[in-house]
Design a protein around this ligand. Structure first.
Ligand code: NDP
Length: 244
């Protein structure tokens, strides 16, 4: 039996891209998945399709910028299925721009979703996992959490923060597994959040190499299916031809 089968996995940002792909992939492998995001029409459709293929899935409206909403989401997963094995902190946005453009509202938004959203996911899941004596966080970072590039100062900063927070979480908790998955260019809606014209053109060109979101879902599945005493802490998955 796979070490994914029967696990309860709560996934933030599951209405598109990597989160959606992870939900479909893990459900196929027998996990009971709980999908959260703001676009509930999309979640409803994905859950219906997972169920039609024999999978077990539920959804719940989620805004990761609200601590109450994240608590409600994670508690819903535990109450519905009686336990919580994995939280995938995946929700994120990437409105890249040079600092000089002073898109301060977008900086705020990235801090709120990419950093505070992950922290709220930890705050909601950790007490449950400590009570159970086991659990796993999978935090989605980026190659931008390893390298800083022009127009990426704030986005990279949020992803470096995800790495640092994840390492602290790991070091403090001998009973909890912590995995950082860092994708390179991956097919999704992520570039749609870029409002700076020149940066968008540069990223659109880079994203011509993009790999399918399934490649990241496979990495998430790999981290979950290891034996309970094996903690895969970091995985970088990028297109072979991606220079950055
Ligand atoms: P998408 O834009 O396709 O997905 C982002 C998801 O986050 C959506 O489901 C969106 O749902 C959700 N989301 C955004 N804001 C909120 C919010 N406030 N509350 C709840 N959910 C929210 O992009 P990806 O799948 O690519 O992004 C997933 C993660 O992967 C992000 O953390 C991103 O930084 C990371 N990543 C992606 C890469 C790529 O090339 N695609 C590369 C490196 C990292 P909704 O709008 O319905 O709320």
């Amino acid at each position: 039996m796979s070490n994914i089968e029967g696990k309860v996995v709560a996934i933030t940002g599951a209405s598109s891209g990597i989160g959606e792909s992870a939900a479909r992939h893990l459900a196929k492998k027998g996990a009971r998945v709980v999908l959260g995001a703001r676009r509930t029409d999309k979640l409803e459709k994905i859950v219906k399709e997972i169920r039609a293929e024999g999978g077990t899935a539920e959804f719940r409206p989620l805004d990761v910028t609200s601590r109450e909403s994240v608590d409600d989401f994670v508690q819903f997963a535990e109450k519905t299925f009686g336990k919580l094995d994995v939280v995938v902190n995946n929700a994120g946005l990437m409105p890249l721009s040079p600092l000089e453009a002073l898109k301060v509202d977008e900086w705020d938004r990235m801090v709120d979703v990419n950093i505070k959203g992950v922290l709220y996911g930890i705050a909601a899941g950790l007490p449950i996992m400590k009570r159970q004596g086991h659990g796993q966080f999978i935090n989605i970072s980026s190659v931008a959490g390893h390298k800083v590039f022009p127009s990426g100062a704030v986005y990279c900063g949020t992803k470096f923060a995800v790495n640092a927070i994840s390492e602290g979480l790991r070091a403090e908790n001998a009973d909890i597994r912590v995995t950082v998955v860092s994708p390179g260019a991956t097919e999704s809606e992520l570039a749609d959040t870029i409002t700076h014209g020149e940066t968008r053109a540069m990223i659109d060109q880079l994203r011509e190499l993009a790999i399918p979101a399934q490649a990241i879902a496979d990495a998430i599945g790999f981290a979950i299916e290891q034996p309970d005493n094996v903690d895969v802490n970091e995985i970088i998955v990028r297109p072979t031809a991606q220079p950055l």
